[in-house]
Design a binder for this molecule. Structure first.
Ligand code: BES
Ligand code: MN
Ligand code: MN
Length: 459
């Protein structure tokens, strides 16, 4: 397989590749909202058909207790290595819809980018694998067996996929997993994600009086749960930006000065970063850079907070309840369940006697670090070097893909995080987009990943 042939095929089929992605993006497969369940199911059918269309031996919809998983495979030779492609066809809710410049499920191309919910996360990215497979198959140049597992619940924690993986170890037997669901540094600076943070996510409820009260009659004596919640949240980080939850840092991996120096060599311009986000300063944990704050260090953020009267005008009320959703991003060797338990204990401990506390845990996930001294990473690195003309930089990312740790535990397989998005793609935000350059570059690179993986595995 020559790069000239690959580039020619892409040029000749570029328009169709884009139109097919647009059709996929029109399906509002929002996993978190049951109002979209029919669309989510329809999206799975669409993905299955797109795999059959490119020549897999078999494709099926695997029902779960939640949204279905699409599984497909083409086995060319049992003696050849097998690549398992993982991706997700579900998307985040489009809210707040009014902040989009064009409708989230009516894709629009502007400035060489395709704007739609799911364009970068993850439809545009997993679909590159479908189109790369089409090309390899058409050219009779498949060097490896290929399995596809495209799920519909990544954005809600992948718990049913976890059951599926445990129950289907034989079916999922492979030599490596490849995932395109992360970013590169920029279009001239390819990178491969070698770390993902874990996640512990809690919802807290603070209850004061058993019902809302008149803030004049009772304010000044009865404690206000919204005030209390704000005080409690404010105390979760100290003046150094360190998280105060008892025991939180006990197991945190200490990255060596040498590794930190190496990581600091990756290009990063703090001024550009701040400018793009419209902030005048960043505030990472004392002693760490902004990049370190989002990769090798854990973080704690309030994702939402509510309570009391938020309607029009002023209502004088001392609310009965206050709520917040809080996420903690974790680094090796923090355990999500343990961190959730530590948070629960700490939050109860710091609460004044005047309120009652309830903490509920949502989905979580373990952090991962991916080694570079293996055929999977090396193949991805060579493939990107071939198509970008530059060796990619290994970089730890700040996001989470909870299933990756489970793949390793249950299947004994490393995942290669060869994503082609950009951090500026606005995933999960209004105006999510994916560059056409990135989409086509992915399609161009993936066949070389297969080629080099076959070559390196044979050694
Ligand atoms: N694709 C993202 C994760 C990601 C994005 C990793 C960019 C690295 C760079 C994934 O779809 C995602 O959004 N994951 C969730 C976790 C999940 C449990 C909802 C996340 O990170 O918030
Ligand atoms: Mn994703
Ligand atoms: Mn996502």
């Amino acid at each position: 397989m020559e790069i000239t042939d690959v580039r020619k095929y892409i040029t000749e089929n570029e328009e169709r590749f884009l139109n097919e992605l647009i059709s996929l993006l029109k399906i509002p497969s929002v996993s978190a909202d049951s109002a979209y369940d029919k669309d989510t199911q329809r999206c799975a059918e669409h993905v299955k058909q797109s795999l059959l269309d490119v020549g897999v031996d078999m494709a099926e919809i695997c029902q779960t207790d939640g949204h279905p998983i699409v599984y497909a495979e083409k086995m060319i030779d049992p003696a050849k290595p097998t690549i398992l492609v993982y991706g997700h066809y579900d998307v985040q809710p489009a809210d707040p819809v009014e902040l989009w410049s064009s409708a989230p499920f009516d894709p629009e191309i502007r400035d060489g980018k395709i704007f739609a919910r799911g364009s970068a996360d993850d439809k545009g990215q997993f679909y590159m694998h479908v189109k790369a497979f089409e090309m390899m198959n058409k050219m009779d140049a498949l060097p490896c067996n290929v399995k596809f597992m495209i799920e519909g619940e990544e954005e809600v924690g992948s718990s049913n996929l976890g059951h599926f993986v445990k129950a289907n170890k034989e079916k999922l037997k492979a030599d490596v997993i490849v995932i395109s669901d992360t970013s590169i540094i920029d279009n001239d600076t390819p990178s491969i994600t070698v770390g993902l943070r874990g996640l512990s996510y809690v919802e807290v409820e603070v209850t004061g009086p058993s019902k809302d009260l008149h803030s004049g009659v009772y304010g000044g004596a009865v404690d206000n749960p919204v005030n209390v919640l704000c005080e409690m949240i404010a105390s979760l980080k100290d003046e150094n930006g360190s998280i105060t939850v008892d025991g939180f840092y006990d197991k945190v991996e200490i990255v060596s000065a040498e590794d930190r120096a190496m990581m600091a060599e990756a290009p990063f311009d703090l001024n550009d970063y701040m400018k793009a986000l419209d902030v005048d300063a960043v505030r990472p944990e004392a002693g760490y850079s902004a990049r370190e704050g989002t990769s090798i260090r854990p973080s704690l953020d309030v994702n939402g907070i509510w309570g009391g009267y938020i309607g029009e005008g002023a209502k004088t009320v001392l609310p009965s309840k206050a709520y917040a959703k809080i996420s903690m991003r974790l680094v090796p060797h923090q355990e999500p369940d343990e961190i959730t338990a530590l948070f629960d204990a700490h939050f109860r401990k710091i609460a004044p006697k005047s309120v009652k506390i309830n903490v509920t845990a949502h989905h979580g996930g373990e952090p991962v670090v991916i080694p570079t001294d293996n055929p999977g990473y090396q193949a991805a690195s060579l493939a990107m070097e071939k198509t970008f003309g530059k060796r990619p930089i290994p970089e730890r990312g700040g996001g989470s893909i909870p299933i990756v740790a489970l793949f390793e535990k249950e299947l004994g397989l490393k995942s290669i995080l060869m994503g082609f998005g950009l951090d500026s793609d606005d995933i999960h935000s209004p105006d999510e987009h994916y560059g056409i350059f990135n989409y086509l570059k992915g399609i161009e690179t993936i066949p070389f990943f297969h080629k080099y993986f076959a070559e390196l595995s044979a050694k």
